[in-house]
Design a protein around this ligand. Structure first.
Ligand code: TNX
Length: 492
């Protein structure tokens, strides 16, 4: 690649201005220089790690105001980034022959600047790494840019989830939604009901060993995420998708008999019962435990695909779960079906099935709910790319890279106004996805497309440009050891 190549950045920044002049050359005494606040030091540690891994040398970290030439400077500055954007995540990045400067009002912006820098690094012929001279001003379109990961149908360890977090931060995604309970297993050990993990974590689709997170494991995931300014949203799916809970706690069934474990892929057959006495305390204790284990503001209560419950009883579950979450200081997130119940202002409704009647979503938005856009035909990254994909489902159709890219979240549901759209979340269900390698093949390149939909202004992006830029990421994926799908829609 030469210095005149276009700058291959995904997601596309708000503004990119290439500068005349020589590129920055990463020298042998390259170091990261930060201010002395904890936020700057935290961002500096991660920057040193990320850039150091790319140049194969551990980088030094130095605090202070030293305008050291040849260094990567990270500094908090209120007036950095596009000033009309929210300060939470905006940043500026300036690269000249003399060095690199990342400025942002908050630490999250510093990390976004480092993610942009990472994509600009160009390995030269004799091991020299350069960065073209450029000024970037950038800020996201949506505040919620997520990935939902199903760790139930197949279990993924803390290290594997950490690898996914690494990819997410490269793409400036900021919410990891963990689907922690379902028919096939229970994946989080909660103090009030140790039977759940003890009796129902050793199963998964296809008969594999399953697994679960201890409180300490979960805290580690949350900490790895927090270091990257990613919020973890835990999901306990009720009142359907509960076979694993019923198996562990037979008092939740009407006849007190535990159903056998389930390792198939059908949905919609299991449910809680309002009239079973143990039900209310289960909701209260388990949702309360998960809320207490989660520093983030959200608690996902599932709510999807309850195919055998009267609407009135369903509404009771949603109301009760909302009450528990509110008492624990959390905002409720639920799959789109909760729009048919009484959602409170601020509750996040996650749209997933485009076959549904749009009217209840418009009504929920009018009542103050916020809509999170996860249309299956666009961002369900467990769908097959095409008929030849060895992995994946196809109930929402085939989802090629361009399908994930070419849509506008603000226009995704007729009747829902743009200001009710909180953001975009990709979802990867894992019925057909047993390994981390398989998971990455489902995510890449589609997650890059979703990340751009969620980050980049609608008028700053387009398929022709994205096609070129996403091809520029592949070398980095190879260096990082990420398996990916060479979609025929892109000239790799
Ligand atoms: C629907 S999306 C489900 C999941 C499945 C998924 C497979 C949603 C809220 N429920 O239980 O795993 O389809 O694509």
């Amino acid at each position: 690649m030469s210095a005149t190549d276009p700058l291959l950045l995904v997601p596309a920044p708000l503004s990119v201005r290439p500068l005349e002049g020589s590129p920055f050359v990463l020298g042998p005494d390259l170091r990261v220089v930060v201010g002395d606040t904890p936020e700057e030091i935290g961002a500096g540690v991660l920057a040193a790690e990320v850039i150091g891994a790319l140049v194969d040398t551990p980088l030094g970290l130095q605090t202070g105001d030293d305008p050291a030439p040849g260094a990567v400077h990270l500094r908090l500055a209120d007036d950095a980034g596009p000033l009309d954007a929210d300060p939470t995540e905006r940043y500026s990045l300036t690269v000249t022959a003399d060095g690199v400067e990342v400025l942002a009002p908050r630490a999250a912006g510093l990390l976004h600047g480092v993610a942009t820098l990472r994509q600009l690094l160009r390995p030269g012929p004799d091991g020299e790494v350069t960065v073209p001279a450029v000024v970037v001003h950038d800020a996201p379109r949506y505040e919620w840019r997520g990935l939902s990961l199903d760790v139930v149908r197949h279990f993924f360890t803390v290290d594997q989830v950490t690898a996914v977090l690494g990819l997410m931060s490269e793409l400036k995604l900021n919410v990891l939604h963990l689907h922690l309970s379902d028919d096939q297993g229970w994946r989080l050990d909660v103090p009030s009901r140790p039977e759940l993990a003890a009796r129902s974590s050793g199963t998964e689709v296809g008969g594999g060993p399953g697994g679960c997170y201890s409180a300490d494991d979960f805290a580690q995931i949350v900490a790895h995420a927090a270091a990257r300014h990613i919020t973890v949203v835990p999901e306990i799916d009720v009142p359907g998708h509960v076979n694993a809970a019923l198996h562990a706690l037979p008092e939740l069934t009407p006849d007190g008999v535990a159903p056998p474990p389930y390792t198939g892929t059908e949905v919609g057959f299991s449910r809680l019962h309002r009239d079973v006495p143990a039900t209310r305390a289960f909701l209260q204790d388990v949702l309360g435990d998960v809320a207490a284990m989660t520093p983030g503001p959200y608690l996902h209560i599932g709510g999807d695909e309850v195919l055998t419950m009267a609407p009135e009883e369903y509404r009771w579950f949603v109301r009760t779960a909302q009450d528990v979450a509110r008492a624990a200081g959390k905002t409720v997130v639920g799959w789109q079906e909760i729009a048919l119940a009484d959602v409170e202002p601020g509750t996040v409704v996650q749209f997933w099935d485009p076959r549904a009647d749009p009217e209840p979503f418009a009504a929920a938005a009018a009542a103050g709910a916020r809509l999170l856009m996860s249309p299956g035909s666009r961002v369900y990254l467990d769908m097959k790319y095409d008929a030849d994909s060895p992995l994946g489902l196809d109930w929402a159709g085939f989802v090629e890279v361009r399908d994930s890219y070419d849509w506008d979240p603000d226009a995704a549901i007729p009747g829902v106004p743009a200001d009710a759209v909180v953001g975009v979340e990709a979802a990867v269900w894992t019925e057909t996805v047993p390994t981390l390698e398989d998971l990455f093949v489902m995510l890449l390149p589609r997650l890059a497309a979703v990340a751009e939909v969620a980050w980049s202004a609608q008028d700053r992006r387009g398929w022709a440009g994205f096609r070129t830029r996403v091809a520029g990421l592949a070398a980095g994926w190879d260096r990082a050891g990420y398996p990916w799908y060479p979609s025929p829609q892109v000239d790799w």
